[in-house]
Design a protein around this ligand. Structure first.
Ligand SMILES: Nc1nc2c(ncn2[C@@H]2O[C@H](COP(=O)(O)OP(=O)(O)OP(=O)(O)O)[C@@H](O)[C@H]2O)c(=O)[nH]1
Ligand SMILES: [Mg+2]
Length: 356
């Protein structure tokens, strides 16, 4: 299929972007928050074995689906071509688009690959591989950044994203990370829309061993955020992490609510939150891009957390996010264990995908 076929398909995909936020995966998960927490914090033999195999091996394992579809496909196409011609570039474009790199980003990437090949006088298709690797790395490098926690405490992190994206799990992983660094952490249960959300965050807080501020279901989420910051100050916490709803009655209500929380946080801090992290689920593909645009209109997103990269063969979405959003990808989720939330390191990421 040529690129026009992909463009048509993409058009169909975008129709879905306007659907209301929400999936019914949520109801399924509400049944047993304890069970979820337990699965994610397994410290049993499996977990120990994973540590022994090393973090890089785990990253590679997490990215294995993308590696074995996208990278393997690129390798096959390069070895099946005797020379570098238009057909090779077209096939490369298809492989990138199928990995969810996105049409615009793919066209830009392939143009760059083409220029680099020309500049270097490369004629052997096998030599295209390192060029592609480098070009992807350059795009990722230009759009990455570390979590920024100011010296002044408490540092406030607000976490936003559609329901099911992985906000609460990411908060638990972050809380665990900060706690192991000796930091005192307090969580704010500002998803008051969904009764089980409060309970779920509480299960995590207990499991990780951090404090939590919660109100009744249906309470004003901005008031929860305010109280959490107050409590964070009063108790000498280093980090305040605020969980927010991923779904309300309507998308507009959700955005207004997030704006309000954002305003209350800024007023209370007399400045910006240290981080407003947008959590997006890699398996939602190009939808991740439209979600990011939507949330960025309501709050000043400072970085993206891309979760569930382990659950998709289309990890190329990270390249589209990096290239198209103008927001740094700060963290990636490659599984459900605590260690599976990683600072996004473009070199390590590309090595895990491309290198033996
Ligand atoms: N495989 C995998 N699963 C993940 C990852 N991150 C989160 N999950 C799972 O995704 C599901 C949804 O995660 P939640 O943290 O509840 O999502 P949420 O954004 O808080 O959802 P709402 O509270 O409904 O808004 C859970 O089953 C998590 O275990 C990841 O990096 N990899
Ligand atoms: Mg949640």
């Amino acid at each position: 299929m040529g690129i026009s076929g992909w463009l048509r398909r993409r058009g169909k995909k975008e129709e879905k972007d306007t659907a209301p936020l929400g999936t019914d995966a949520l109801e399924k998960r509400e049944e047993a928050p304890e069970k979820q927490a337990e699965a994610a914090s397994q410290e049993g033999p499996d977990h120990q074995q994973e540590s022994a195999r090393g973090l890089f091996a785990r990253l590679k394992e997490g990215l294995s689906r993308t590696r074995s579809s996208f990278v393997a496909r690129v390798d096959t196409l390069l070895s099946s071509h005797k020379r570098i011609d238009e057909e090779l570039f077209e096939e490369l474009e298809e492989a990138l688009i199928q990995a969810d790199v996105g049409v615009d980003t793919t066209l830009q990437l392939v143009d760059q690959v083409r220029e680099r090949i020309k500049a270097k006088g490369i004629t052997d298709p096998e030599e295209v591989r390192p060029i592609l690797r480098q070009t992807i790395l350059d795009v990722l490098r230009a759009n990455t950044g570390a979590l920024e926690l100011p010296a002044e405490t408490p540092a406030v992190i607000m976490v936003v994203g559609v329901n099911g994206a992985g906000k609460t799990t990411t908060i638990a992983k972050l809380a665990h990370r900060f706690k192991s660094q000796g930091k005192r952490v307090i969580l704010g249960a500002a998803d008051t829309f969904r009764a089980a959300a409060i309970e779920q965050l509480e299960v995590w807080a207990n499991r990780v061993g951090v404090e939590i501020i919660k109100h009744q279901p249906g309470a004003d989420p901005a008031a929860v955020a305010y109280d959490t910051i107050q409590a964070g100050r009063a108790r000498g916490c280093d980090v305040v992490i605020i969980d927010t709803a991923g779904r309300l009655q309507t998308k507009t209500n959700l955005m207004r609510e997030l704006e309000k929380i954002g305003r209350v946080v800024e007023k209370e801090l007399k400045g910006r939150a240290a981080e407003v992290l947008l959590v997006v689920d890699a398996t939602t593909g190009q939808n991740a891009l439209s979600q990011a645009k939507l949330f960025s209109e309501a709050v000043d997103v400072t970085g993206v957390v891309l979760t569930k990269l382990d659950g998709t063969a289309k990890g190329g979405i990270i390249v589209a996010i990096a290239a198209e959003l103008g927001l740094p990808v700060k963290l990636i989720g490659i599984g459900e264990a605590y260690d599976d939330l990683r600072d996004f390191d473009p070199e390590g990421f590309v090595a895990a995908l491309f290198d033996a």
